[in-house]
Design a protein around this ligand. Structure first.
Ligand code: GDP
Ligand code: MG
Length: 436
């Protein structure tokens, strides 16, 4: 089980202040093994983990986030990035908008053709399905049944043996009938063969579709990547459809295929029913590959631990009246080094919800940072020293206004008071309050 493995891997890192070569090595190995278990091709898994290692090494760990949490985040980000970050939409231009469906037999082409037709119909488009599988009469009937089920017309020529001709006639018919979209379902073989490749390339050449989609069964694991490579070489397809993701397959094929053919995965198929179709979302797939549901609950637990520890530390400083701007600044700088502040603050319990709708970026921290840097060490340690003339000097030195300095000081005092009274609050929460 992947989450158990990650759990173990992250435990190794727990309680260490930064990610180093030594403490990351075994974790990276675990992650690599977990990816391979999730059907990610070995070569790809190695590349991914090497890159993750590079990104993770030397990153300081925010007090609010353990190395394990940070690493989880880096891994998820890296996987998302590798799969293209966002969904790439299908080309819907053309008159009619023509979509060619290719892939091996049994990969789910006919089923997907029906689903796509259904989806487009729901968007208000008029759709025509065309049956170009000339080898199996049953395939034509299968498409007809699906068409009836979703209320979409199916174009067939039971006596024509040339799929190129059927496809061309289907386009003509779609134009005559004023259909906006035409989905061309084709024949597949059990394995890649030359005849099939010639046939599908001929159809593509002849009709020049708006979109060529390669359909592949996610359960075929490693074979899926090889098939994708062969089809891409001959067809130069526009996108991939990953089917049968409703099974216990972990979706690693998505990562391998994307990396191998550098074409976007556009749709996923998650069942035999006509509504079991989704746009492909890289971030969701990354979570699936990582089994993030479980990892996230792990992260939450770690955060609770942090809250208590951090509260104790802050408490101590406050009791001794030692929490100053230097503590504040170092926290802030660590947060900044780690990239997206909002994401990170969002990981802190209680803060996530509060800042969800607020736009926080590095720039909003710059004046605060400048003000603190214009203070003397004494002033940072004991902000009560900062009187009127000092405020003026700090404002001038930091290129801000006295008003801004006053505001920061006021908020800082409030924060100290709040920490004193509530005892439980961590620096990160106080920081987020300051940034409001
Ligand atoms: P084709 O030969 O490529 O046209 O594949 P079909 O569309 O005929 O599908 C082959 C088999 O896979 C059929 O039994 C489908 O019901 C099934 N199938 C297709 N897509 C999915 C899916 O996303 N999930 C599941 N569980 N089964 C699917
Ligand atoms: Mg079929």
């Amino acid at each position: 089980n992947l989450s158990v493995k990650l759990d173990r891997a992250f435990k190794t890192l727990k309680g260490q202040g930064s990610i180093t070569e030594v403490n990351v090595a075994s974790t990276i190995k675990e992650i690599r093994r977990a990816l391979i278990d999730a059907d990610v091709n070995y070569k790809v898994a190695k590349e991914v983990t090497d890159s993750i290692k590079e990104k993770a090494l030397g990153r300081d760990v925010l007090i609010a986030v353990s190395p394990g949490q940070l690493l989880t985040k880096i891994v998820a980000e890296e996987l998302t990035l590798l799969m293209g970050e966002t969904n790439v939409p299908m080309d819907q231009t053309g008159n009619p908008n023509t979509i060619l469906i290719a892939g091996l037999q049994g990969s789910g082409k006919t089923t997907f053709s029906g689903k796509l037709a259904n989806m487009l119909k729901k968007q208000g488009r008029t759709v025509l399905l065309a049956a170009c599988d000339v080898y199996r009469p049953a395939a034509i009937d299968q498409l007809k049944v699906l068409g009836e089920q979703i209320g979409v017309e199916v174009y067939t020529e039971p006596d024509e043996k040339n799929p190129v001709k059927i496809a061309k006639n289907a386009i003509k018919y779609a134009k005559e009938q004023g259909k906006k979209s035409l989905i061309i379902d084709t024949a597949g073989r059990l394995a890649v063969d030359e005849e099939m490749m010639q046939e599908i390339s001929a159809i593509k050449k002849e009709i020049n579709p708006s979109e060529t989609l390669f359909v592949v069964d996610s359960m075929t694991g490693q074979d899926a990547v090889n098939t994708a490579a062969v089809f891409n070489e001959r067809l130069d397809f526009d996108g991939v459809v990953l089917t049968k993701l409703d099974g216990d397959t972990r979706g690693g094929a998505a990562l391998s295929i994307r990396k191998e053919v550098t074409k976007p995965i556009k749709f996923i198929s998650t069942g035999e029913k006509m509504d079991a179709i989704d746009l492909f979302h890289p971030d969701r797939m990354a979570k699936r590959i990582l089994g993030m549901g479980d990892v996230l609950s792990l992260v939450e637990k770690a955060q609770q631990n942090f809250d208590q520890e951090e509260a104790r530390r802050i408490n101590k400083k406050i009791k001794k009246n030692q929490f100053g701007f230097d503590d504040f600044l170092s926290q802030m700088e660590q947060i900044k080094k780690m990239g997206n502040i909002k994401d990170l603050l969002g990981m802190v319990p209680g803060v996530g919800k509060a800042i969800k709708d607020i736009d926080i970026d590095d720039d909003s921290l710059k004046p605060i940072e400048a003000i603190i840097k214009s203070m003397t060490p004494d002033e940072r340690e004991n902000p009560d020293l900062i009187n009127g003339s000092r405020r003026q000097r700090i404002a001038k030195g930091s290129g801000t206004s006295v008003n801004q300095v006053n505001q920061l000081l006021k908020q800082f005092q409030q924060m100290r008071k709040m920490m004193k009274t509530m005892n439980k609050m961590g620096g990160a929460k106080a920081l987020s309050n300051l940034m409001r």
